[in-house]
Write a protein of this length. Structure first.
Length: 408
């Protein structure tokens, strides 16, 4: 990446500015926004590089969607952002022993790489690689001769498919650290696909990524001594894809089906039960509206957020209920957080109505937050700060918290 135009400041651990502590590290901060989470930060830096380079490599995949989904909803993003990093920590802390059991996430990655290739426009890729012309599975099945056949397993060359993406870069750095501790030749019998993938990533860019990793490791290799072990063990699932969540379908009314992670739901309910929370509520009996919709500009109304016409009246009623309570509570200088802010329906309205307060818009979806940023820019509001991160990454203090749709 060419980041010569990227303004970066470096701080010693524990000496970073206050804004860097508002979210779980790593964080990336600009004047009006903060991004937290490894994948979100890497995507932002990559997009900046692509905007400054005449011929950038397309490592963000089809339509720039690589690692776009937040870790809260994507098993794949969570693996790249959380699981593989935890895997490295576990390997670094392993003591030398006669027999060592490797982290299960290594086995999951091995099984993932063994899955047949699944990408968008798969037959366009088949045509380019095999020099044939097909556009459907039926046409593909009619191809004669092995030379025309496309090996969907062998061509799963990189983490996300046929081409290298940002996901490969993130995972490679982690696997390289594991390679320092347990040399790849020792892993070859247990994790052959990871070993082949590792070599493929190394040679793909003439070892540039490998050289960068080695430069970063020059200062401290105290935890990277080779692990002595006579026997290695790792569990590799027979059929596993990091793209598919382990979900359970619940039957609802009629033909409606809800796909949910049932063990996770039960775990959350158990936590609430253990906390013994005394949650109180009171009916909303406010008769008067503390603001006038006619005085609110278009981009601070639901109409300005690309909402379907049939949903506008209902949305206005929802916003009124919450906005009135906040207006009654808020004092000048208060920090108000709109959790799961989406395109900013509630937070932007509050920012307009309460110019003496600071509004934090916290959202983990890149596209939704960009729409909110565009609306705020058109309104000229200066009291909005954006947080793009998972809910559990947020650590900042605040005075009032609101949420219109905090699903889950």
């Amino acid at each position: 990446l060419n980041l010569t135009e990227y303004d970066v400041s470096f701080f010693q651990a524990g000496e970073w500015p206050t804004t860097a502590t508002l979210c779980q590290l790593p964080t990336l901060k600009n004047d009006a926004w903060i991004v937290s989470g490894l994948c979100g930060i890497c995507r932002h830096i990559t997009k900046f590089h692509q905007s400054c380079s005449p011929n950038p490599k397309n490592i963000l995949g089809f339509k720039g969607n690589t690692l776009l989904a937040p870790a809260e909803v994507s098993m794949w993003t969570k693996f790249c952002e959380v699981d593989v990093e935890a895997c490295v920590r576990e390997v670094l802390q392993l003591p030398s022993s006669t027999s060592i059991v490797l982290p299960t996430d290594l086995g999951k990655l091995e099984s993932h790489l063994a899955q047949p290739l699944k990408v968008h426009n798969i037959y366009k890729l088949v045509n380019n690689v095999q020099n044939v012309k097909v556009s459907s599975s039926q046409e593909y099945e009619k191809l004669s001769g092995e030379t025309n056949r496309f090996d969907f397993h062998a061509n799963h060359k990189f983490a996300e498919g046929y081409d290298k993406t940002l996901a490969d870069v993130i995972i490679f750095i982690c696997i390289h650290l594991i390679n320092k501790r347990i040399p790849m030749e020792r892993l070859l019998d247990h994790l052959p696909r990871i070993a082949s993938w590792y070599d493929r990533v190394v040679t793909d860019d003439n070892c540039e990524l490998l050289e960068v990793c080695e430069e970063l490791l020059l200062n401290d290799q105290t935890q990277l001594g080779v692990l002595e072990a006579e026997q290695l063990e790792v569990e590799v699932p027979t059929s596993f894809s990091l793209y598919k969540a382990d979900t359970k379908k619940l039957n609802l009314l009629g033909d409606k089906v809800l796909t949910t992670n049932q063990p996770e739901v039960l775990g959350i309910l158990e936590k609430v039960k253990c906390l013994d929370l005394q949650v109180e509520s009171s009916p909303n009996d406010r008769d008067d509206n503390l603001f006038e919709w006619d005085a609110v500009p278009l981009d601070a109304k639901p109409e300005g957020g690309k909402l379907p016409t049939k949903r506008i009246d209902r949305k206005k009623h929802q916003l009124e209920c919450l906005a009135n309570e906040v207006i009654a509570l808020a004092k000048p200088g208060d920090i108000i957080v709109d959790f799961c802010s989406g395109t900013g329906h509630l937070g932007i309205l509050l920012a307009f109505l309460l110019p003496d307060c600071t509004i934090y818009l916290l959202e983990n979806k890149e596209e939704s937050q960009q729409l909110a940023m565009d609306r705020v820019e058109r309104l000229g509001l200066k009291n909005v700060v954006y947080f793009r991160c998972n809910l559990d990454y947020f650590k900042a203090r605040f005075d009032i918290g609101v949420s219109l749709h905090a699903c889950g």
